[in-house]
Design a protein around this ligand. Structure first.
Ligand SMILES: [Zn+2]
Ligand SMILES: [Zn+2]
Length: 348
């Protein structure tokens, strides 16, 4: 096997370059994965555009990308459940296993997590990665590695649905029809909800939501989304709102759209990190607020949903770039947010 691999690195704000780095060796508990697809996430775009996301500051050269899939080309000695040639989806966060959060099953809150593409930890816009076998989930033959790369965002969608305690028979609104809004909608539908509505202001994104199974889509630039939801629900409102836009106005509209006692799940981060919410209405309606940070132990069920045809992830992808086109992929994703719903980098 060759010894070096190509790595796309962020060399500065808005700048990509390439480096050749040694192909990593594996420990006894790891597998070496030849990467095939890595999705471009909103967080990658944020790091690329701003050089930081919240408290995480990029120190170049930095490798972006955490939504990864590939094929196993080397297996550590103690690895039992995977073999050469297996296709896998990679869960990007390695947790400590010892803290109160890990021990209580909320490992996504582990303060010592090592997570791809979260400074200072490099991501995987590169040809190979050595990764804990425990965090590599085998894909069945008929599920592609393109779908495998999208298990990561889908896991966020399922976590949002679970945080909202979504149930068959409920109605829901997703505010924001980006990747996370769409996977949240798909998760709700896979859980049996039939009436899932989606709001946005970008026609192309709304079209995508409709194609992927939204009961109706609402362009908030054209109609009052709160009025429209009242009309669609005979004045009742919905049980669940998943806020996936990060816009304060959408969170407040969501509060208005909810039935009394309903649940607002905040998934998106706002640009400033702050939001002013209608707390009077929150209290009057006794709205429950839940939030989402990544996911915990959801890959198996997300893969199951795709395996049994409950969810078709292929439909989300609007653009595929090669690794060599990393600069173009990032620039176009940043500059055409309303058209590029989901871009993926094809590594090999
Ligand atoms: Zn992501
Ligand atoms: Zn921990």
């Amino acid at each position: 096997m060759k010894e070096k691999m190509k790595v796309a690195v962020m060399t500065g704000v808005g700048k990509m370059g390439f480096e050749m780095r040694p192909i990593p060796g594996v420990t006894d508990e790891e597998v070496l994965v030849k990467l095939e697809y890595v999705g471009i996430c909103g967080s990658d775009l944020h790091y690329y555009e701003k050089g930081a996301l919240g408290d995480y500051i990029v120190k170049p050269p930095f490798v972006l990308g955490h939504e990864a899939s590939g094929t196993i080309v080397e297996v550590g000695k103690n690895v039992k459940h995977l073999k050469l040639g297996d296709k896998v989806a990679l869960e990007p966060g390695k947790t400590c296993g010892h803290c109160e959060f890990c021990k209580s099953g909320r490992y996504n809150l582990c303060p010592d997590v090592i997570f791809f593409a979260t400074p200072p930890v490099d991501g995987v816009f590169q040809e190979y990665v050595a990764h804990e076998a425990d965090l590599c989930f085998k894909l069945p033959d008929h599920v592609s590695t393109l779908e495998g790369a999208l298990i990561e965002p889908l896991a966020v969608g399922f976590h949002a649905a679970q945080q909202g305690e979504a149930q068959f028979g409920q109605t829901a609104v997703i505010t924001g029809s980006g990747c996370i809004g769409l996977v949240s909608m798909m998760a709700l539908k896979a859980m049996g909800l039939t009436e899932v509505y989606v709001t946005d202001i970008a026609p192309k994104r709304l079209q995508k939501a409709l194609e992927l199974g939204a009961a109706a889509v609402i362009n908030s630039n054209e109609v009052d989304p709160v009025e429209k939801i009242r009309e669609l629900t005979d004045g009742r409102g919905v049980d669940l709102v998943i806020e996936a836009s990060g816009a304060e106005i959408c969170a407040n509209q969501g509060i208005e759209m909810l039935v009394k006692g309903g649940t607002l799940v905040q998934v998106a981060y706002s640009d400033s990190g702050m939001m002013t919410l209608n707390t009077s209405l929150l209290c009057d309606k006794e709205i429950r607020i839940k939030t989402v940070f990544r996911y915990r132990h959801i890959y198996p069920l997300a893969i199951q949903a795709v395996t049994y045809g409950k969810i078709d992830l292929n439909g989300i992808v609007t653009n595929i770039f090669n690794l060599d086109e990393a600069q173009d992929a990032m620039d176009r994703s940043v500059n055409n947010k309303s058209d590029i719903v989901k871009a993926v980098i094809k590594i090999s």
